[in-house]
Design a protein around this ligand. Structure first.
Ligand SMILES: Nc1nc2c(c(=O)[nH]1)N[C@H]1C(S)=C(S)[C@@H](COP(=O)(O)OP(=O)(O)OC[C@H]3O[C@@H](n4cnc5c(=O)[nH]c(N)nc54)[C@H](O)[C@@H]3O)O[C@H]1N2
Ligand SMILES: Nc1nc2c(c(=O)[nH]1)N[C@H]1C(S)=C(S)[C@@H](COP(=O)(O)OP(=O)(O)OC[C@H]3O[C@@H](n4cnc5c(=O)[nH]c(N)nc54)[C@H](O)[C@@H]3O)O[C@H]1N2
Ligand code: SF4
Ligand SMILES: [Mo]
Length: 693
């Protein structure tokens, strides 16, 4: 007899969690369709969804726990795997202290939602390690923190209702097709579009203005726009007076960012800077749709986020439809929910996290350690050694900067565990491999819509199938906790109980969520909420001048810093490495280093290429479609050149996540942003030459 069922759940091939309907026949997935009831994607899906079945049943899926014996992996039972893990963790704690074991989790794990993440943090808390590392050591958290510091909340752009959209360091045509649609819909209704990008992306070609910027100089551009808007009195005087602090200092401060000077620094012609500032200031409501990670991976990353917030503030585009909006949960701000989670037990941890002293603004919430310090700590043992690492849902050997150094560090560890769905390059180095359930094999809540897009909804991911011995991550940690004598802290019988505990304080109606559909309204958008409550900052206003930063000895007004490697900032280095390198522009069908094994994707894009202007290619004797050698101070790779007029001359753009052409062999993990410790993945120097046969 055939047993058929349909399960409404969420895609997990990328962070955006589109609603899907999974058809299961005799316990096997046979079809995936878009969920037309879902308020985010309304049934539409991107091409990655066509690979869900291939991914879930991939030959690369890890089916059982495995341990390494004489250089080869051997299948073992879960009991043996958890015993090994408990023994090794106890050993590290006894010999070196709890802080010498770290967890490094990846983007896919962040996408399991706050409950799964804070449960693992709770395990770290109870064990005593402060070193919980997330990809937010280089992605997104810098933006969240800059917003919390300046506005006391993390609102999102509202392009659907906007009259002028600046798409800044973001290419949603490749990285987020729903936002791409929202922008196109607004454009059809007459909204003006400004694109800031070193490449002529498909959006740049449709834009009213394209600022083809030199990578890493965005903060200077934003400050120059402020210079024009303030000197020409184009700002919202009433809003500025009532709701901001530090405007006068700002007006003085931005005088040096004159458009003629900044035109030379950014390579955006002065006239374009003026046109952008005028169009943006004259349109209301206007919004800035920014890169998720792009603008922060440079020395002025945190400051450019602050500068952009200030642009939105002085033009009065905060908390209004078509500007920026936020979901109000009636309790703590959404980014704080994770830190306020009843699952956290930070009082049990005696030590501070890696990076807490150097980057207190990023690390203070205890949400992530600054993982860029990890390789050096493992390799030098200073200020204390890291001896054990557990990688969850990540492939740091390819996705974290400076792969050669990362490899040395991973090889030096006493004990490396990975918890993954599919085999990857990092797993090859592990002592122990644990199979995680994929997103079709788990139940969890993912808060993405409210946090990142200000849509007042909460999402449920529903388990559709089982797969061999794979286990959802929270179950793994609860089982391990019991083995290590921590059971009083981990009493939950199943995921539903855990979710109830975790969401208790928010008042979320879990029964409706579980009973009805996989997405229910949650929270509310309140326009101009500040009129009633002010802003949740020390002054109750938008802090253009940040007193918190001043106290910490950081620049209280946004200051532009040159990229550490650049023709302007390091002319000596530029003699040897003359070409500007930006990395990691997204490709629609792949997520980071994932899905390279899927045949239908491989056919469309079997390998990556480095985009370079024909004039630059010619200068170095490189031909279109041929292999070139790209070298930085860290390493060397080969990659096919794609010559295109669509990129700024003297700039090379290479995507990340490819084992054979690994751009992270070229990048540096050194912290360049003094506020967050983020590395410079977007503005480096390299040299290029043709590969000789
Ligand atoms: N298909 C797919 N989608 C994804 C992901 C994926 O791996 N694959 N990853 C997800 C994740 S975790 C993230 S963080 C987001 C990333 O999302 P974003 O950070 O928004 O990255 P992109 O959308 O690729 O857009 C980056 C654009 O910035 C341009 N750029 C490069 N350097 C600079 C610069 O210095 N200044 C300016 N102004 N522009 C620059 C590039 O040319 C590119 O067009 O995407 C998410 N979505
Ligand atoms: N040069 C350069 N490097 C970058 C970037 C860049 O722009 N430039 N972007 C950075 C950014 S923003 C990010 S967020 C990181 C992302 O980097 P990572 O988080 O490392 O991303 P992936 O490569 O997708 O991780 C792949 C592994 O996750 C595992 N996995 C997938 N789904 C699951 C799951 O449900 N559970 C578990 N346990 N495992 C799973 C699979 O085994 C897979 O091999 O990359 C960063 N790296
Ligand atoms: S954008 Fe594509 S990969 Fe991402 S959740 Fe939606 S359908 Fe899945
Ligand atoms: Mo990311």
């Amino acid at each position: 007899m055939t047993i058929r069922k349909e399960i409404k759940t969420l895609c997990g091939m990328c962070p955006w969690a589109c609603g899907i309907v999974v058809s299961v026949e005799n316990e096997k997935v046979i079809k995936i369709e878009g969920d037309s009831d879902h308020p985010w994607n309304h049934g539409k899906l991107c091409p990655k969804a066509a690979g869900i079945i291939d991914y879930v049943y991939s030959p690369d899926r890890i089916r059982y726990p495995m341990k390494k014996v004489d250089g080869k992996f051997e299948r073992i039972s879960w009991d043996e795997a958890l015993d090994i893990m408990a023994t090794q963790l106890n050993k590290i704690k006894e010999n070196y202290g709890a802080k010498s074991w770290a967890v490094l989790e990846g983007m896919s794990f962040v996408c399991q939602g706050f409950t799964s993440m804070t449960l693992l943090q709770r395990f770290c808390d109870v064990y005593g390690s402060p070193n919980f590392i997330t990809p937010e050591s280089m992605c997104y958290l810098s933006r969240i923190t800059a917003n919390m510091l300046t506005l006391g909340k993390f609102p999102a752009a509202d392009p659907e209702n906007s009259k002028c959209i600046i798409l800044w360091g973001h290419n949603p045509a490749e990285s987020n097709f729903i936002t791409a649609e929202h922008i196109m819909n607004a454009k059809k209704k007459g909204a003006k579009l400004i694109v800031v990008d070193p490449r002529k992306t498909s959006f740049a070609k449709k834009a009213n203005i394209h600022a083809q910027i030199r990578p890493g100089t965005d903060c200077a551009l934003a400050l120059s726009m402020l210079n024009i808007i303030i000197s020409e009195n184009l700002y919202d005087t009433e809003f500025v007076e009532k709701w901001t602090t530090g405007f006068e200092e700002l007006a003085e401060h931005v005088k040096v960012y004159s458009p003629d000077k900044i035109g030379k620094i950014t390579l955006v012609p002065e006239k374009i800077i003026r046109d952008m500032a005028h169009l943006y200031a004259a349109s209301k409501p206007a919004c800035i749709v920014e890169g998720i990670n792009t603008l922060q991976q440079v020395p002025a990353g945190f400051q450019s986020q602050r500068a952009m917030l200030i642009l939105q503030s002085v033009t009065g585009n905060i908390d209004i439809a078509g500007g920026t909006v936020a979901v109000d949960l009636g309790g703590p701000e959404i980014p704080s929910v994770a830190n306020c989670s009843p699952l956290r037990l930070p009082e049990l941890v005696k030590e501070s996290s890696m990076g807490q002293q150097q980057f207190p603004i990023l690390v203070q919430g205890g949400w992530t350690a600054q993982g860029m310090l990890l390789p050096d700590m493992v390799l030098t043992g200073k200020p204390y050694p890291i001896k054990g690492l557990t990688v969850v849902g990540s492939n740091p050997l390819l996705t974290w900067p400076n792969s050669n150094k990362m490899r040395k560090a991973l090889e030096k560890l006493d004990f490396l565990t990975v918890i993954l769905t599919t085999m990857n390059e990092t797993a090859e180095l592990a002592d122990l491999i644990l199979p995680e359930a994929s997103f079709l094999e788990r139940t969890e809540i993912w808060e993405i819509l409210s946090i990142s897009f200000a849509k007042p909804f909460i999402n449920l991911r529903n388990k559709a199938i089982d797969f061999y011995e794979s286990m959802p991550d929270p179950e793994i940690w609860i089982k391990l906790a019991k083995r290590m004598g921590y059971e009083k802290y981990f009493p939950w019988k199943d995921m539903n109980e855990l979710l109830e505990y975790s969401y208790g304080p928010t008042g979320l109606d879990l029964k409706t969520l579980f009973g009805k559909t996989n997405c229910i309204p949650f929270g509310e958008i309140k326009y101009k909420q500040y009129e009633k409550e002010g802003f949740k900052t020390p002054s109750g206003k938008i802090e253009i001048f940040s007193s918190v930063m001043k106290q910490l000895g950081l620049e209280p007004l946004p200051v532009y810093n040159e990229p550490t490697e650049s023709p302007f900032g390091s002319p000596e280095l530029a003699k040897e490495y003359p070409v500007i390198l930006t990395t990691g522009s997204r490709k629609l069908q792949y997520t980071h280093s994932s899905f390279r094994e899927i045949e239908k994707f491989k056919k469309k894009m079997p390998e990556p290429n480095g985009e370079i202007h024909p004039e630059t290619a010619k200068l170095y004797g490189i031909n279109d479609g041929e292999l070139m050698i790209v070298e930085t101070k860290r390493g060397k790779i080969e990659i096919k050149a794609k010559t295109t007029e669509d990129i700024l001359p003297n700039t090379l753009s290479i995507p990340h996540g490819w084992a054979k052409h690994n751009v992270n062999a070229l990048t540096d993990e050194k912290s360049v942003d003094p506020v967050t410790g983020y590395p410079a993945l977007k503005a480096l120097l390299c040299k290029i030459s043709p590969k000789k046969e």
